[in-house]
Design a protein around this ligand. Sequence first.
Ligand code: TPP
Ligand code: MG
Length: 337
Amino acid sequence: MAVEPCAENQSVGREERIELFRLVLLQRLFEERVTALYRQGRVPGSVYTGRGQEAVAAGAGLALGPDDVVAPLNRELACHFARGVEPADVFRNFFGKATGPTAGRDGNMHFGYPGDGIFPLVSMLGDLVPVVTGAALAFKRRRQPRVAMTFLGEGAFSVGDTHEGLNLAAVWKVPVVFVIQSNRYSYSTPVARQMVNTNISQRVFGGWSIHSERVDGTDAISVLATVRAAVERARDGGGPQAVEALSVRMHGHAAHDDARYVPAGMREEFAERFDPPARLAARLALDGLSAGEIDAVREDVSDEIAAGLAEAERAPAPDPATLEHGVYAAPPRSSVG
Ligand SMILES: Cc1ncc(C[n+]2csc(CCOP(=O)(O)OP(=O)(O)O)c2C)c(N)n1
Ligand SMILES: [Mg+2]
């Protein structure tokens, strides 16, 4: 079976399509590299990747304006990249380097740039829902035309904080966008064993009257168009918005999980037709980009990752004398190391 090109959507122009392709590839190739390093024993902790759902992170990330804020989860690296985070800095975090965003306190994805509108990841499922709802409440009270966004998976819908946050967002009518990653599993639990009505978009509308739409989460162009419309509705006073992006998690929960619980052939079949970077490349080819132009984007991304890795490898390890610094409150970066 052949790959399905991304659907035609006139609201996303040529430059944005190329940027989406770059972002999706950046996440894909970065995660392949960091997984290989993990298997070589060069990355402590574990590695969680978003293979199969990069288009959601890229499209939603690009849909935000410069003054908006976002709280990505650990499968949304393309969203960080869309906001200008450099691969070198993410590598520095995975390596636990002194000059990385957590100064070596975390070797994973619990980092952020609050000053640049990227909130650090809170691992407890659902907890970012009230956090971004609070940020959106602040924007509303200050009458600022800003929007807050977070991502959440099916797992968050089994946690009370999610329901409390969604309820308050609706009651307060704040400018927040919830991007729901429906990738069929929560760790090893198939969604149908977690909830009776697996149409989360319908539940969000039925439960809280939050405007909600479903989108093909493997089609970055559709994601960008749908989430951008949601962001603008939120910005224009339309209250909270939800977009449920449908995809398949193309690997286990983390690098240690071989996902034996997934039915044989499901992911292979999905990858053949719906692999996000292949879908974008097929659309770009239909748009008239030559194979050479498409390959040039791949090469640029690959070079950027190689350069970022080399830079991060040269970065210093934390000084043991600073062990207790910033554990409870982050010191300014210049004072670390
Ligand atoms: C409150 C809470 N309970 C349990 C966990 C452990 N945990 C981490 S990820 C995960 C599954 C998440 O599933 P989903 O939200 O569908 O995200 P996905 O892994 O599919 O990206 C679980 C149970 C957690 N992080 N927080
Ligand atoms: Mg899931």
